[in-house]
Design a protein around this ligand. Structure first.
Ligand SMILES: Cc1cc2nc3c(=O)[nH]c(=O)nc-3n(C[C@H](O)[C@H](O)[C@H](O)COP(=O)(O)OP(=O)(O)OC[C@H]3O[C@@H](n4cnc5c(N)ncnc54)[C@H](O)[C@@H]3O)c2cc1C
Length: 481
């Protein structure tokens, strides 16, 4: 009798799950095991919003597995110890899992593999979280890409992803079912229900991911290139938390996007679904960067910024976090984040630019806040996003690109619908003043004025200051010692 343990980490799906597929194909009985060990991910253990998602995702996955006659076993504590305990209790001789790419996890998994083998337990890992492994897309000379465009060209030139694996018909459960904690015993949900509105926006789990994928079909895919920048429009897929928690694989998304389009057009209009596919390649690029530059989550990838002098504007940071900066588009984004655990990509760039460039607040302060409040908080994507905006990543926005919330708002939220939705204090402000409500002649007389602050910083003056500071840093870096 062969018994295999599948160690689930962030791959809560039955379809296209290589570790589960392997276990079912090669064993008589399978134990699906989740071990809660956030301390092993220190200092980037999941934040509060991720924990909310994880709780829901575990519940959804367990229910789904039970429908297939299987079960999900939950343990807590040291991963190696728990794996050995479960193998000993059940007589399993094989553990398999799907790979993750955060540096501390890679290190931990390598050690666990060695230690399991010392105990006579075979460890097998699989690729399932990315379209391509981080060392699959390399330059001709075998070196690592640091710039997105050539990376994406090379990525796209390789053979297309394999078709996804089918969902297993049933999961052959080990009997008697090993002891398991209840999901609520993991204490993932804060007692103060600040996340009360999340369930209205999200359905964590594989079913929710499939639902989201179906919504993002046909015209949504074809119009993505245009609609993706309009924050008040459902023009993006909102698949990021599902992808992060592995409730859908990037390969499934890739093929869904391509095949959906193929059905509608003959020949398929390649150019219109590529804007979306390129986002999936950005995701691979972020993981490629983190894999090859493990310090990326905490240190600038561009060494010029190592000595950069950041400011310490606590007032701005606090007002930014609570959506009270007095800059309408920034406040709208930060409130969307707080209320839904997600923010539109265009607005992420703007709020990050105001904090790190206008405010000269260290990008890590912003990255940490996002980490705690995003349901899609992902170390690779978040670190790359912040370094890109702050200008210190390898393929970053140039230092002189400082997003103006006013002109970005006029371009991407021209009627102020997004602002009015998230900042109701501004609901009565006429459209031509919505991005600078204090310029509205009636603003002084408006009773709402009392509830909405004036800008916490002067955007023009701080823009000039940021340009000077960045220029000084460049000159200091280029000056011979
Ligand atoms: C400062 C900053 C921080 C960010 N932090 C995160 C984060 O913690 N987690 C996260 O998943 N994304 C992050 N992003 C990238 C991007 O904002 C989100 O992936 C996107 O908004 C998610 O919404 P969506 O699923 O509708 O995306 P879509 O536009 O529908 O894109 C599809 C998928 O492609 C991937 N993707 C899209 N844009 C990017 C990108 N720029 N970089 C990497 N992958 C991308 C995501 O997995 C996304 O789900 C950040 C961007 C910035 C500027």
């Amino acid at each position: 009798m062969t018994i295999t343990v599948v160690w689930l980490r962030r791959d809560f799906r039955l379809c296209d799950n290589p570790a589960i597929r392997h276990a079912i194909d090669h064993s008589d009985q399978v134990i699906l095991l989740y071990i809660h060990a956030p301390h092993e991910e220190h200092p980037w253990q999941p934040g509060a919003a991720s924990n909310w998602w994880l709780h829901q995702s575990l519940c959804a996955f367990r229910e789904q597995v039970r429908k297939k006659q299987g079960d999900l076993i939950i343990r807590q504590g040291d991963s190696l110890k728990s794996l050995i305990e479960v193998c000993t209790e059940t007589g399993s001789t094989t553990v398999c899992w799907n790979r993750l790419y955060e540096p501390v996890i890679i290190k931990r998994d390598r050690k666990i593999r060695e230690d399991l083998e010392k105990f006579g337990i075979r460890a097998i890992d699989f690729a399932g979280a990315l379209l391509r492994e981080p060392d699959e897309v390399l330059k001709e000379d075998g070196t690592v890409y640091r710039v997105y465009t050539p990376f994406s060209r090379r990525h796209a030139s390789l053979a297309p992803p394999e078709p996804p694996l089918d969902e297993p018909r049933h999961v052959p459960r080990f009997n008697p079912v090993p002891k398991s904690l209840q999901i609520r015993e993991l204490g993932l949900l804060d007692s103060i229900q600040w996340y009360a509105q999340f369930p209205g926006d999200w359905q964590p789990g594989e079913k929710g991911a499939q639902h989201r994928l179906q919504l993002f079909s046909g015209h949504a895919v074809l119009n993505y290139g245009h609609d993706r920048d309009i924050p008040n429009h459902e023009g993006v897929s909102r698949l990021s938390p599902h992808l992060h928690f592995g409730e859908v694989s990037p390969r499934q998304v890739w093929l869904h996007v391509r095949s959906g389009d193929n059905q509608m057009h003959d020949p398929p209009c390649e150019s219109r679904f590529w804007p979306y596919l390129r986002q999936l390649i950005w995701r691979d690029f972020a993981h490629h960067l983190l894999y090859h530059h493990p310090g990326m989550s905490d240190c600038p990838l561009n060494p010029m910024y190592e000595a950069f002098v950041w400011g310490d504007n606590r007032e701005l940071l606090e007002k930014w976090q609570s959506g009270q900066t007095g800059i309408p588009l920034v406040d709208a984004g930060m409130r969307q984040l707080w209320q839904t655990g997600w923010m539109h990509n265009r607005v992420r760039m703007i709020v990050a630019s105001v904090l790190s460039k206008n405010g000269l607040v260290h990008w890590l302060e912003g990255a940490r806040w996002f980490w705690d409040t995003l349901v899609d908080a992902d170390l690779a994507n978040n670190s790359m996003g912040w370094q890109w905006v702050a200008g210190c990543g390898p393929d970053a926005a140039p230092y002189f690109r400082i997003f103006s919330p006013k002109s970005q708002g006029q371009k991407f939220d021209p009627d102020g619908e997004y602002i009015r939705r998230w900042v109701p204090e501004l609901s009565a402000v006429p459209t031509q003043h919505i991005h600078e409500p204090w310029t509205w002649p009636d603003w002084k007389n408006s009773p709402k004025k009392r509830n909405y602050p004036l800008p916490v910083i002067d955007l023009k003056q701080t823009r000039r200051r940021a340009l000077d500071r960045y220029q000084q840093a460049r000159q200091a870096w280029m000056k011979p010692p």
